[in-house]
Design a protein around this ligand. Structure first.
Ligand SMILES: *[C@@H]1O[C@H](CO)[C@@H](O)[C@H](O)[C@H]1NC(C)=O
Length: 242
């Protein structure tokens, strides 16, 4: 009886964590379940083996003012191509990643039910992004909200002037964390650490192991209540029996 209960607990915990390691968030363009997508386009192609994005989404991710979000990268003059490359990669990561489970949170927004929060991103990916954009211009720190959408695409609200990138984002950390309202958290972990998520990779997706690490870390943090539950079950069993 006790063994059965313990097995049940272990099994349900295991099943939950398996889902969290291979799932798609409930958002605007994500598939319901991850799976192979042989035709993913250019920068999104590393996710071909297992993706939450469709080929259509992956192609649109490369377009200015794409049908995905009508988002205008060129709101303070044309964004340089080396900077834009990072925003395309960021879009591929957001739309295609099947391993964001540990950081998916419910959100009360008209265009999506879930978002990512505090995904630990690798130092090099964040720093190169900032380096490649630092001669560009923008008018806002948080690109999720506060735009003037009256024309159908985002324009700078009239109280915010275009400024040098480095005046808006003094450091790589401030850019990575603020630009998508804390979807990312800057880390000092490097890409070989296994402790941070990689926006840029080739070959097998390295992020599954990272998600597994953080999921297990979170469960170790929760092991006390599970132990308590087991203790209570055992106690009540003996109290009932004897
Ligand atoms: C993707 O799908 C949308 C909606 O069906 C369509 O308007 C768009 O042209 C498609 N894009 C590509 C690149 O096929």
């Amino acid at each position: 009886m006790l063994l059965f209960l313990a097995a049940l607990l272990a099994l349900s915990g295991g099943a939950l964590s398996l889902d969290k390691l291979n799932m798609c968030m409930d958002a605007k363009h994500h598939k319901v379940e991850p799976g192979p997508e042989g035709a993913l386009y250019l920068q999104c192609s590393p996710w071909r083996d297992n993706a939450c994005c469709t080929a259509n989404t992956s192609e649109e991710a490369h377009n200015d003012n794409s049908y995905l979000y009508n988002f205008n990268w060129n709101h303070c003059g044309a964004m340089s191509s080396k900077c834009k490359e990072h925003f395309i990669q960021d879009t591929c990561f957001y739309e295609c990643s099947p391993h964001l489970g540990p950081w998916i949170q419910p959100v009360d927004q008209s265009w999506r039910k879930e978002r990512i929060l505090n995904v630990p991103i690798c130092k090099e990916d964040c720093e190169r992004w900032w380096e490649d954009c630092k001669n560009d211009f923008t008018c806002k720190t948080d690109w999720h909200k506060g735009w003037d959408w009256s024309s159908g695409t985002n324009k700078c609200p009239k109280d915010s002037k275009c400024r040098k990138w480095t005046d808006v984002f003094a450091t790589p950390k401030s850019m990575c964390e603020q630009i998508w309202s804390n979807s990312y958290i800057y880390t000092t972990y490097t890409k070989d650490s296994g402790r941070c998520m990689q926006l840029w990779f080739t070959g097998a997706n390295p992020n599954k192991k990272v998600a597994e690490y953080y999921l297990n870390a979170a469960q170790r943090g929760q092991s006390y209540p599970v132990t308590t539950l087991l203790f209570l079950t055992v106690t009540s069993f003996f109290v009932t029996m004897f």
